[in-house]
Design a protein around this ligand. Structure first.
Ligand SMILES: NC(=O)c1ccc[n+]([C@@H]2O[C@H](COP(=O)([O-])OP(=O)(O)OC[C@H]3O[C@@H](n4cnc5c(N)ncnc54)[C@H](OP(=O)(O)O)[C@@H]3O)[C@@H](O)[C@H]2O)c1
Length: 335
């Protein structure tokens, strides 16, 4: 198989690339930056921006399948930036599939596309998209997902995967953010409800992408569908945070604020960052306050049935690997 992975130098994209290479597939990666570790894996790198279709067109020439993993993630930033990377970028990927006659597209979506702002417990793929979103990331990811699924037809088979809270060694988002905030003494538990959340170990999420690609062809059972991808082991959110901190050699979080205080802080931070155009991301937003104080875990039945997906690395095993990774990075555990 000749595969193009957009964002092959990223956290999830890198794991997908490694698994494809391990089984002997020919792999190309497309991203703006240079990712030297990919060259060592025998991956051909194409540099470009998703918003420039011509660059993408060159990278995809001769490929059998595209894994569209690249996206702009984050809790803050201009709507236009999210829109360009996530919506225009996905439109361009679809255009390139059509132009080259590529018949398979595996898209990485996110469960946040159905986050209604309250608890989501055991929901499945029939959950509706909410009428409005509190952040640009889920809104633009939802637009992209809907475009990808609507594009499924007899000449192009598409599937969208929704991995939830990906973590593991090499994480450049969730784990370092938690660790950095804990070190600065800025982490607070939000509320005292033991809200269950799903997470997924990075290699399990990557494996789901390969399984989806292998089962994807026009008219197949997975074509035109979306799937939640998790470890299938919901855990109280703050217990997971404490376990990640323990893997980094840090104490658990003890300080606590109420969901209402977090939400008010989110509103104030959003106002301050908007009015004064402060640099970086605000420490709290309404979206984050809700995400950290509500349950969100999903029914894995569809992925198990249609993709034969099994989370082979358990939470326990993943945490052991995470601890080893921190140790390998020295006592500081900064990753
Ligand atoms: N991490 C999670 O918990 C999580 C959860 C649910 C869904 N997801 C989804 O999973 C996917 C991968 O996430 P990740 O955590 O692996 O993110 P990541 O490490 O930031 O990787 C994203 C990659 O995309 C590339 N990229 C970003 N914008 C681009 C653009 N405009 N043109 C070309 N390349 C671009 C980046 O490389 P360059 O900077 O070199 O361009 C980067 O390597 C995303 O679609 C995300 O929405 C992630």
């Amino acid at each position: 198989m000749k595969a193009l992975v957009t964002g092959g130098g990223g956290f999830l994209g890198g794991a997908i690339v490694r698994q494809l290479r391990e089984r002997g597939d020919e792999v190309r990666s497309f991203s703006r930056g240079e990712h030297p570790e990919l060259a060592a894996l025998g991956v051909r790198q194409f540099r470009g921006d998703l918003v420039r279709q011509q660059e993408l067109f060159r990278a995809a020439d001769g490929c059998d399948v595209i894994f569209h993993v690249a996206a702009k993630a984050g809790i803050w930033g201009a709507h236009e930036e999210f829109f360009r990377a996530n919506v225009t970028g996905t439109e361009n990927v679809l255009g390139v599939c059509r132009a080259h006659g590529i018949r398979r597209l595996v898209h990485t979506s996110s469960p946040s596309v159905v986050f209604p702002g309250g608890d989501l417990e055991g929901g499945d793929e029939t959950l509706p998209y909410p009428a409005r979103y509190e952040a640009h990331y889920p809104e633009t990811k939802a637009r992209a997902e809907r475009m990808v699924l609507a594009a499924n037809d007899p000449s192009l088979a598409t599937v969208s995967l929704r991995p939830h809270l990906i973590w593991g060694p090499g994480d450049n988002h969730l784990v370092p953010r938690i660790v950095a905030k804990a070190r600065e003494g800025k982490l607070r538990r939000i509320g005292d409800r033991p809200c269950l959340v799903d997470t997924v170990y990075v290699d399990n999420a990557a494996r789901a992408h390969l399984l989806a690609a292998d089962r994807l062809y026009p008219g197949s059972i997975v074509a035109g569908k979306c799937y939640f991808i998790t470890n299938g082991e919901p855990i109280p959110l703050w217990e997971m945070v404490d376990r990640i901190l323990a893997a980094a050699g840090l104490p658990p979080v003890n300080r606590r604020i109420s969901p209402r205080t977090a939400s008010v802080a989110g509103v104030l931070c959003e106002l301050l960052w908007s009015i004064f155009r402060l640099p970086g991301e605000p420490p709290m937003t309404r979206f984050v306050a809700r995400e950290l104080s509500t349950a969100h875990w999903f029914d894995l039945a569809a992925a198990r049935r249609d993709l034969a997906y099994q989370p082979t690395i358990s939470l326990e095993e993943g945490l052991v690997r995470l601890r080893e990774w921190f140790r390998g990075n020295g006592e500081s555990g900064t990753g």
